[in-house]
Write a protein that binds this ligand. Structure first.
Ligand code: SAM
Length: 324
């Protein structure tokens, strides 16, 4: 089992399979992209499956594929088939653009939960936020996931003055559809990405929702990272994710693996365990397990503590290299 120094068992892996993306969301990446990893610097599928086999034996039961945009990695269904043999629960966070092309294959491999990132329901805003013209494709992907009866969640990064006037429109999506809409606090990645200016807190979002939906009911906290609500009579759910306030870290059960093979205990970690060179040097399995166990044991109590102890003024390039 993977247990940290605070007694938390880690059962959930967020697996970023690429740092590349077919969008350029302003809060995530500059127009020109970042210094993307060359192919040989990425874990290949055999390496990912080797590591995942070890992690499955150590108690990881759920894997979420993310990135970058996971669907831009070539032959992703091949990897997903391998993962499907190791883990009972597979999920993916995606912008949906390429999803219709792969959905059947992915679902057949056991991937039936899709978080689709969609920050606005207005096409022109979508272009302004993502710098790309793929609103129709993203919406179509969401419809397709729902039509096929798979579990769908919508991730909305809420930004003051950008899309915070759409919260209620998003809640209305849950009236007749069995989907979860998740409002995410925008996280700053560096001093000039503008996320500081647009930040809207968990509390401010909740206040805004309660002004219209005074009967909003809080259900149990979901998986530790979100607080979930329902509007009585609505089919779907609404959640708020305090990604920056980090008020839910106490129940964190997550481990991350970046496309370059760095294991991270926390989204705010900058000092991880570099697994790629170890795998390529042929590290024996028992030594690998021991290193992972030790690394996980050192997981800090909260994202704030991780930031304080590890970052020391360092900043992330982008969520796309960590795996959102
Ligand atoms: N490309 C996929 C997608 O669009 O869903 C997966 C990767 S993306 C980095 C994962 C999630 O992180 C998305 O929902 C995205 O909106 C969110 N994200 C990226 N940068 C963020 C930031 N600065 N603050 C909050 N959420 C962010």
């Amino acid at each position: 089992m993977l247990i940290d120094q605070h007694g938390r068992q880690l059962t959930y892996l967020r697996l970023a399979v690429t740092d590349r993306c077919n969008l350029r969301c302003r809060y995530c990446m500059p127009e020109e992209g970042i210094a993307f990893a060359p192919r040989e610097a990425l874990l290949n599928y055999d390496e990912i499956l080797t590591l995942c086999g070890v992690l499955a034996d150590m108690g990881i039961t759920k894997v979420r594929l993310t990135g970058g945009e996971p669907l831009v990695r070539r032959d992703l269904p091949v990897l997903v088939r391998g993962l499907g043999e190791l883990f009972p629960r597979l999920a993916m966070t995606t912008n949906g653009i390429l999803l219709p092309r792969y959905l059947d294959e992915l679902a057949a491999a056991g991937l039936t939960t899709y978080n689709i990132s969609l920050d606005t329901l207005r096409p022109e805003r979508f272009f302004r936020i993502t710098r790309r013209d793929n609103f129709t494709e993203t919406l179509a992907a969401l419809d397709l996931v729902l039509d096929r009866g798979y579990r769908a969640k919508v991730n909305v990064v809420v930004m003051r003055g950008v899309n915070d006037d759409e919260l209620l429109d998003f809640v209305e999506l849950t009236r007749d559809r069995p989907l979860d809409v998740r409002f995410i606090e925008a996280m700053p990645f560096n001093d000039d990405d503008g996320n500081h200016d647009v930040f809207l807190s968990y509390d401010a979002m909740l206040r805004q929702l309660l002004e219209t939906y005074s009967t909003l009911e809080q259900t149990t906290a979901q998986g530790g990272s979100a607080v979930t609500f329902t509007v009585p009579g609505y089919r779907g759910k609404v959640a708020i994710i305090p990604a920056y306030s980090r008020s839910l870290c106490g129940s964190c059960d997550r481990l991350r693996l970046t496309p370059r093979g760095t294991m991270l205990n926390c989204l705010y970690s900058t000092q991880g365990l570099e697994l790629l060179p170890l795998l390529r040097a042929g590290i024996p399995r028992d030594e690998l397990e021991e290193l992972i166990r030790l690394y996980v044991h050192g997981k800090y109590a909260t994202g704030q503590e991780t930031e304080r102890r590890e970052q020391q003024g360092n900043v992330f390039a982008s969520m796309t290299s960590i795996g959102g």
